[in-house]
Design a protein. Sequence first.
Length: 182
Amino acid sequence: MSESTLHAAIGRISAELQTALDRFAERSRIADLARVEVPHARTRLEHVLDLTSDAAHRTLELVEQSIPLLDGAAAQAADPRVREQVERVRGNLTEVLLAQGFQDLSGQIIRNVIVLVGEIETVLGELLQLSTSPGGTAQASAAGTKPPPAANVHGPVVPGIPHGNAVDGQQDVDSLLSGLGL
């Protein structure tokens, strides 16, 4: 075999090997997306929605509890300046009540994104099933890969998502600081 023919054959084999490796990486990435990242994204969005909703409801409760207290203080205030300040606080609390409307709108947007993420999860799962050979090569190869960097980001603990050695509350923080000698 001539040297140029040998180089051409090695080049072709190298290109085919690179294509096979690229396909393997794509299948692994699809598996990570379908099995880990998309479900975790949906869980995080649902958690944000729950936290936002809880905070909005708590804010509304506190404002509603504060208005009668202000009414009582205004009725007992003899100084016109105190009455004026109470009315300003009442106006501010009313603005807070109106501003909480954002929660309803943002909640609707987040719910729509959750539906979209669920649809993407379904499509990725179907794509993964189509790309998996009868022997389950894509599943087996995906299981051996490490999680993508996005799965390793730091942030608050979200229920339903594994978080490793994260602290769960003030007691854990105190224990950690104590262990460090602080």
